[in-house]
Ligand binder design. Structure first.
Ligand SMILES: [Zn+2]
Length: 401
């Protein structure tokens, strides 16, 4: 079956690219996947209207290949130039004669970026760095190599992120609550993008996004049955934070990151994750911390607690050496030591000789939905609306357009 060329030129990714490049963050962008079906026998036409999202996949890569799983790849630089049909595999690199130019299978373009997409059938996808993606990839030439950004519908993005954020084997109501939280978070990031070129990163910096391989029938059910539903506060999507285990009560974003806008600053009790309390312990060499804080490593260290919230989380620690003093906020400390080492801000410590032992409960920042608590509530027969109402008090569930 040949792919139709005329209809592909009408692909509304073009509309998406223009809209995004002009920073019109409309809630509803059109990203039609169904036009190709007109020419495919036995397949009815489907127009999938959905919000679109841009996810950074990689940066500073010197060159690379994109492969279509079916048929051929299509590529274009400026929107007015129309799509070109490529081979099934395209190699993108800097042009040999002019390193500031992009070359696609040895053909040079003077533009600083190129869009690559597969055909328009839902089964047609792209492969990049061994992973499969829906939508299109934008390669942007930078001083140091290329950035690669995945353009796709928000609902497709959710299919590729939910399974990385919550096990697909968990109760469906917990998965649905996660789908709404992840969708709301992405909506917030579309309105407050990371930078001009993309909305989200594919890492824990935002939400872990693994592409098509992480999709699962239960994930699909959770995403599709909550389609377009998001949480709003003052008529805007909230930055719907979530975390693994709160350890007894959640926390406000104002306390953790001084994030005060557009989020109801309320914490809730959560005895539910205590079924799996997950106590943890981490050893750190005092010298490692002192070097980082810039304090003198030769004399004795004292560690004093900073402000503690009513949920038992520490806002900061004071490191004192003689007359020197360094106050470090706990989130910076967690970031420095690693979020998997200092798993939460609910901890105590023992300081013996050169060794500091942190002992704590909970896993994650504690803001918004506690995933293990959500799971327990789903096991008790609560539905996703009740779960969301518990963990995001003050926010309202609504359809995004
Ligand atoms: Zn909890």
């Amino acid at each position: 079956m040949e792919l139709p060329s005329e209809l592909i030129l009408n692909f509304s990714l073009e509309f998406l690219m223009r809209t995004k490049s002009h920073h019109h963050y409309l809630f509803v962008l059109v990203f039609c996947l169904g036009f190709v079906a007109i020419n495919c026998e036995g397949v009815s036409t489907v127009s999938d209207h959905s919000t679109a999202v841009r996810v950074l996949l990689d940066k500073a890569i010197p060159k690379g290949k994109v492969r279509s799983l079916l048929y051929a790849t299509y590529y274009r630089t400026q929107p007015e130039r129309g799509w070109l049909t490529g081979e099934r595999e395209l190699e993108i690199a800097s042009a040999q004669q002019a390193p500031h130019e992009i070359s696609v299978n040895q053909k040079s373009f003077s533009d600083p970026f190129v869009f690559i997409r597969a055909g328009q059938s839902p089964s047609d996808k792209l492969s990049f760095q061994g992973r499969v993606f829906r939508g299109a990839l934008k390669w942007v030439k930078k001083k140091l190599g290329f950035s690669v950004i995945n353009y796709l519908t928000l609902e497709d993005y959710l299919l590729g992120t939910l399974g990385s954020e919550m096990s697909a084997s968990w109760e469906i109501e917990a998965l649905k609550a996660q789908a709404v939280a992840s969708r709301t978070y992405a909506h917030y990031m579309i309105q407050h993008p990371r930078n001009e070129e993309y909305d989200l990163e594919k890492t824990t910096q935002d939400q872990v996004y693994g592409g098509v391989e992480t999709e699962d029938p239960r994930i699909q059910e959770a995403v599709r049955s909550t389609r377009d539903q998001i949480l709003v506060f003052n008529a805007r999507p909230i930055k719907a934070f979530f975390h693994s285990r709160c350890g007894g009560s959640t926390e406000t974003p104002a306390f953790v990151w001084n994030h005060r806008q557009g989020f109801p600053q309320r914490k809730v009790q959560c005895p539910y994750c205590q079924q799996n309390p997950f106590p943890w312990e981490t050893f750190v060499k005092a010298e490692e911390l002192l070097r980082w804080t810039g304090l003198d490593t030769r004399t004795g260290l004292k560690i004093e607690p900073g402000h503690t919230s009513t949920s038992g989380r520490l806002a900061s620690l004071n490191f004192v050496v003689g007359t020197q003093r360094a106050t470090i906020d706990t989130d910076s400390l967690r970031s420095h030591l690693g979020y998997t080492r200092l798993k939460s801000a609910k901890f105590a410590w023992k300081h013996q000789g050169d060794s500091i032992t942190f002992q704590g409960v909970g896993n994650g920042h504690g803001v918004g939905m506690c995933q293990w608590g959500a799971r327990f509530l789903a096991q008790q027969g609560k539905n996703y609306r009740q779960i969301l109402a518990h963990y995001y008090p003050g926010a309202t569930l609504q359809v995004s357009h």
